[in-house]
Design a protein around this ligand. Structure first.
Ligand SMILES: [Zn+2]
Length: 412
């Protein structure tokens, strides 16, 4: 049992390996000196309200103040606050949950949609896969979502226009991954570093058409340290940082699709990890803009998924160096697997890369509109409506010719 379980509740009881307590009370972020995680305090966490917690609370405050605090029937699993899914449904006007199968709860209403999978960190929100920090729990027929996930994912996904304190977007820093001695992944056609630079230039061109100032961390085949890439954004007032990569899988050619990363909130495991580690307690530079980075990831990913046909691997969390060191809203995009024959063929097509770059630029512009005008970004369903559909990309059964020289010789 976590050391602070008794602080939160009397009547703690054991349920298998989980410790579950239940009481009606104010959420943790509205109580002085309380915390979501971890049970054990460190010196830094003894400060009355840490900055990360303030941000988590900021995201949740509109939600939590909008209805009486006592209405939230908070429950604790392993020392973490969880909120009942049916109360979340009521608050967002999602209606009654249906169960397409025993492990799934599907909710739809008020123009929103949420599909939760029990004992899983996968959750579909408005047609896009998201990866939660903690699994969705079930006990006695009730389903629960961690309060951290409510504040850091569900609330900013459903109500982005309510996110406070957006910095304006004066400059977009595009970061083509790898370069120079670091080739990155390799497809049958080209190195990742060259695809990344090519896409960055195409995104830049698209954004410049809309009058946006763009800076590339590299505009040639050069090697740049990871910290220096984030440093470019950190030196600029009101910048955002978008790192461009392509994926690779060692074990199998089957892995495919898009995914996008924003920094893992403090106190949560990254998507690639099942358990909390001491490492997860460190507050990174990037955590100052957790919610803004999530909003940026969501806006770009909806545009990518809405305009293009690629498998949806989801909005994920990681502490990759470039996004944890960037003290501005930042994301890292993986634009398909160079080790998957179908993805690799698409990426090798100039037309596909044009469409891909335009989709990323569209998402960035949607985010800019959100940050500066509080207009919610367009979502998958709107992009997929026929009048907004991009021209189809021709798929050939034969591999495209190797485009290496063309890529490296692209005009500035
Ligand atoms: Zn890469």
């Amino acid at each position: 049992m976590p050391s602070n379980a008794s602080t939160f509740s009397s009547g703690a009881r054991s349920s298998g390996t989980k410790v579950a307590t239940r009481e009606k009370r104010r959420p943790a972020c509205l109580r002085p000196s309380s915390r979501i995680w971890p049970p054990r305090q460190t010196r830094a966490e003894n400060q009355p309200v840490r900055h990360w917690l303030r941000l988590a609370c900021l995201a949740a405050l509109p939600l939590l103040f909008s209805i009486p605090a006592h209405a939230w029937d908070i429950k604790s699993f392993s020392g973490r606050d969880h909120v009942p899914l049916d109360e979340i449904a009521t608050f967002y006007g999602l209606g009654e949950a249906t169960s397409p199968d025993t492990n799934t709860r599907s909710l739809k209403g008020s123009g929103r949609e949420l599909i939760a999978t029990l004992n899983s960190r996968e959750m579909e929100i408005d047609g896009i896969k998201h990866w939660l920090a903690f699994p969705v729990m079930e006990e006695s027929g009730h389903v629960y979502v961690s309060r951290l996930d409510l504040g850091k994912t569900i609330e900013p996904a459903f109500r982005p226009a309510r996110i406070p304190d957006f910095p304006a977007v004066s400059t977009v820093v595009l970061d083509p991954g790898h370069g120079g001695k670091d080739n990155g992944a390799r497809s049958p056609y080209e190195h990742e570093k060259n695809f990344a630079l090519d896409v960055a230039r195409r995104v830049r061109n698209e954004l410049q058409k809309s009058g946006v100032r763009v800076i590339l961390t590299r505009n040639s085949d050069s090697f740049i340290e990871l910290a220096d890439r984030a440093g470019v954004a950190n030196r600029l007032t009101n910048s955002i940082f978008v790192s461009l990569h392509f994926n690779a899988a060692d074990a199998s050619q089957a892995a495919n699709g898009f995914e996008i990363y924003c920094v893992t909130p403090r106190g949560a495991p990254s998507t690639a990890y099942e358990q909390i580690h001491t490492r997860d307690m460190v507050e990174e530079n990037g955590n100052e803009h957790d919610i803004h980075s999530f909003a940026l990831a969501n806006a770009i990913y909806h545009a990518m998924q809405g305009r293009m046909e690629m498998f949806d691997r989801g909005v994920k969390r990681a502490r990759f160096a470039v996004i944890r060191l960037a003290g501005v809203p930042s994301v890292l995009i993986e634009g398909g697997f160079l080790t998957n024959p179908s993805d690799a063929r698409k990426v090798a097509s100039k037309q596909w890369r044009d469409n891909y770059a335009a989709s990323i630029a569209r998402g960035i512009l949607e985010y800019k509109k959100l940050a500066e005008l509080h207009i919610a970004p367009r979502e998958v369903a709107a992009y997929r409506s026929p009048e907004l559909a991009p021209p189809p990309v021709a798929e050939t059964s034969k591999p495209a010719p190797v485009p290496g020289v063309t890529l490296r010789d692209l005009p500035e």
